[in-house]
Write a protein that binds this ligand. Structure first.
Ligand code: SAM
Length: 272
């Protein structure tokens, strides 16, 4: 497995995860609610749970009698505990979690960091019980192609080159549906939504924190320089600058009923 770049050892990771919870949990909860599978007694699995905010919410909604498994390579930043919450440390690339047992399996902002996303997705699918629902939410940096002014686009071009070299796939959002279809799954649907934000907002703070922490690696990679980084940080502090960065792509699918499970092809390749 490639080293996880934004690891929990980084000084700002706790704050970054808190900002992700603030910015993305409302959307994530809305998508989960629309699937209609989370109710008292249900079993849910969140892979790459980060600080555990979504798993804690799931634990409240499956009580009494249910189970919300929060699964991550590193559980050190999970600061929530609840009666139905079950924390498990592990790597989703290594295998499914309790195969065939969950009503809901979800992962947000995880697969773009995983070197073998194909294996991870197959393992997420294999963790579903028949007719269970899978919800994947991943970034797609498509909106940076229209970011203004041009030097901000130049900044993102360098960022994307750096991320490719580091094994991060910031265009994975667009591949989720075809990857699931290639597994033989049907009833796939999805949407993408993009925050429009200005300098000084919570999203701008997220980027300021992230870029400042990664600055040394970004510049030493040769993909960005100090001038571009300083320019970008300046825009992030300017309330008159408005922009869009990530299309968060949320794709959902149902596992086949028990009698159709054999039709899921875990060796298939996807095409876009
Ligand atoms: C960018 S954070 C996102 C956290 C949370 N899902 C959110 O959106 O706020 C990615 C998380 O995925 C976890 N992760 C990365 N690769 C993983 C793997 N192969 N198996 C399990 N968890 C993984 C990381 O430890 C980290 O907590």
């Amino acid at each position: 497995m490639l080293e996880y770049i934004l690891g929990h050892h980084l000084k700002g990771e706790g704050k970054r995860l808190a900002l992700m919870s603030e910015l993305l949990d409302p959307m994530h909860r809305r998508h989960i609610e629309s699937l209609g599978v989370v109710k008292p007694g249900a079993r849910t699995l969140e892979v790459g749970c980060g600080n555990g905010s979504i798993s804690a919410w799931l634990a409240q909604h499956v009580a009494p009698g249910g189970q919300a498994v929060a699964f991550d390579l590193d559980l050190s930043l999970v600061d929530v505990r609840a009666p139905c919450l079950d924390l498990r440390k592990g790597d989703i690339v290594a295998g499914p979690v309790n195969p065939g047992s969950f009503d809901l399996v979800t992962a947000r902002a995880v697969l773009h960091h995983v070197a073998d996303a194909e294996a991870a997705i197959a393992n997420l699918v294999a963790s579903l019980r028949p007719c269970g629902a899978l919800l994947l939410i991943e970034p797609d940096f498509l909106p940076v192609s229209i970011a203004e002014p041009p030097e901000v686009r130049a900044f993102w071009d360098g960022w994307l080159e750096w991320s490719r070299e580091r094994g991060i796939d910031y265009q994975i959002g667009r591949t989720l549906a075809p990857r699931l279809a290639a597994l033989g799954l049907e009833q796939i649907g999805g949407t993408a939504e993009t925050a429009i934000y200005n300098g000084g907002s919570a999203w701008a703070d997220y980027w300021t924190l992230t870029i400042t922490e990664l600055r040394g690696d970004l510049v030493s990679s040769g993909k960005l320089n100090d001038t571009l980084v300083d320019m970008f940080l300046g825009y992030c502090a300017d309330p008159t600058w408005w922009t869009q960065t990530i299309a968060f792509t949320a794709v959902h699918v149902r596992a086949p009923a028990a009698e159709q499970t054999a039709s899921v092809d875990r060796s298939a390749r996807f095409r876009i």
